[in-house]
Design a protein around this ligand. Structure first.
Ligand code: 13P
Ligand code: 13P
Ligand code: MG
Ligand code: MG
Length: 380
């Protein structure tokens, strides 16, 4: 049977700042999707990660189905109404346009979808992140699908010996989808060369080269590029099929022990380590740390099992302690250097405005004055 997994997510309001949606908001969105999607969907799972609500939906309408996208949009609109009634912070934050027009892409909510012929058993992992952007998945996907240091299957499983192809998007190109397809292992250095730059080049999908089967998809939209001004961080979602010809679940999880530094956290303008957290976790220290949840499922004839919370295990408590340490370390240096994002990525206009004002006060010294540098204060 051909099944489509669609994840559509948005932040439409949260309690106490950018922390966590209210129970009533989540319930409203879930009830809406279940009731209005009764005929459309085979199943769904609604969860939150920090202040973002994600709808994982199974159906047979393929990717980019206007009906599915509209259902999600309307559910988030219904949620926004409740968020306003409750006086939640950032009510309707990610609904950037007034009306739905065929697809949520470009309207604010993030989405990632895949369609495949179900295997007799079809395990997959659903990741959702808060306080970061889609490039946060670059390193984990590279390590899981292309590096035998994390994926033993690349050495041990004949099904994986041909490697994987990476479709990478240039998210700075806003006039259309600018993408490149590169093959691992032959083009590993080229892949690394692009994925180095998490803000510009983002893994959109990964396919197996053995059967050209979809293995992973990421939501690639950047609110930074849609809205023009800061409205929130992208807080990306990702779906990964596991086992068989794909990495095992543990190989997909392996890179998350690193807690690599990603863009996001406070005001979307800093770098912080990505912390694997339990499902439905809130956000805390310095509007962070950037967080990721992982839910494992099997899907059969479009029906989902209950989720297994992949980061709810004693091992990840140890990882969280280490990641907390990394978060505290980089925060020691406040605004300086790599603690804050470069000028082009700053999500608030304040620094940009300030730079404009300061620019008019700069002077270029004349030669004679330059010689006196350090001795005499230069007159303005
Ligand atoms: P599969 O052969 O089903 O992918 O299992 C591999 C495995 O044992 C994972 O650790
Ligand atoms: P969100 O994108 O999660 O709403 O966070 C925005 C922010 O500025 C946090 O400080
Ligand atoms: Mg928010
Ligand atoms: Mg968020």
């Amino acid at each position: 049977m051909r099944t489509t997994l669609s994840v559509i997510k948005a932040d439409v309001g949260s309690i106490g700042g950018h922390i966590k949606p209210s129970a009533k908001l989540k319930e409203t969105v879930e009830r809406f999707v279940r009731e209005k999607g009764k005929k459309l969907l085979l199943d769904c799972y609604v969860s939150s990660t920090g202040d973002d609500i994600a709808l994982l939906m199974t159906h047979q309408h393929g990717v980019d189905s206007p009906k599915i996208h509209e259902l999600a949009w309307d559910a988030f609109m219904a949620g926004t109404k409740v968020a306003k009634e409750q006086g939640l912070y950032g009510a309707g934050q990610d609904l950037l346009k007034d009306a739905f027009s065929g697809n949520v892409r470009g309207l604010g909510p993030g989405s990632c979808e895949m369609e495949f012929e179900e295997r007799p058993n079809e395990p997959f992992v659903f990741f959702a992140a808060d306080k970061t952007d889609p490039g946060a998945y670059n390193l984990p996907l590279y390590l899981s699908f292309a590096d035998p240091m994390h994926c033993a299957g690349l050495l041990l499983s004949p099904k994986m010996a041909k490697g994987f192809s990476f479709t990478i998007m240039d998210v700075n190109h806003t006039e259309g989808d600018r993408v490149i397809e590169l093959n691992a292992p032959e083009e590993l250095y080229d892949i690394a060369c692009l994925l180095r730059d998490n803000e510009r080049f983002v893994v959109e999908s990964v396919h197996s080269r053995a059967g050209n089967e979809i293995g992973a998809v990421v939501s690639t939209s950047r609110l930074h590029n849609i809205a023009g001004t800061y409205t929130g961080k992208d807080d990306p979602v990702c779906l990964v099929r596991v086992q068989g010809g794909f990495p095992a679940t543990g190989e997909i999880l392996s890179p998350y022990r690193i807690g690599h530094y990603v863009a996001g956290t406070m005001r979307g303008s800093h770098n912080g380590p990505l912390m694997p957290v339990k499902l439905n976790s809130a956000i805390s220290f310095f509007d962070g740390p950037p967080s990721v949840t992982g839910a494992a499922f099997c899907v059969h004839a479009g029906k989902l099992t209950e989720p297994v919370d992949l980061f709810d295990h004693p091992f990840w408590d140890w990882v969280r302690n280490n990641v907390s340490q990394k978060a505290a370390e980089i925060r020691q240096q406040g605004f300086s250097g790599p603690a804050m994002l470069p000028y082009s990525e700053l999500e608030y206009g304040g620094v940009v405005e300030k730079m404009g004002q300061l620019d008019t006060r700069f002077i270029v010294r004349k030669q004679a004055q330059a010689a006196g540098n350090g001795r005499k204060k230069t007159a303005a």
